[in-house]
Ligand binder design. Structure first.
Ligand SMILES: [Zn+2]
Length: 109
């Protein structure tokens, strides 16, 4: 278990990450709401569809990251942060500092 000062540093990192992900997600979601003009020509609409597919994949990825960050913050509140979800052992501080939202120890990554 990381000590109190490491925990608060990690919490700040997670909260920054959360703000960054939330901003990115909302900018992508705004983009999806704009109705693109499909009428110009076929090539353009194909390109728009491809861009929307990429945005959707990115959006899914960002939402997954956000869930992990939220889960890590919830575990900090619950006092179970920093424990591997597979073996229950404490995850090393260096690993938590590199990946604050990780749920697994180095053996179960
Ligand atoms: Zn483990």
């Amino acid at each position: 278990m990381p000590d109190q000062s490491t925990l608060s540093t990690l919490r700040v990192q997670l909260e920054d990450e959360r703000a960054r992900l939330t901003a990115q997600i909302s900018s992508l979601e705004v983009g999806r709401d704009e109705s693109p003009s499909y009428d110009d020509n076929f090539a353009d609409s194909g390109q728009v569809a491809a861009e929307q597919g990429e945005n959707l994949a990115l959006l899914n990825q960002l939402n997954e990251q956000l869930e992990e960050v939220d889960a890590a913050l919830a575990k900090m509140d619950a006092g179970t942060y920093g424990l591997c979800e597979v073996c229950g052992k404490a995850i090393g501080d260096a690993r938590l500092e590199a990946m604050p939202a990780t749920r697994f120890c180095i053996d179960h990554a």
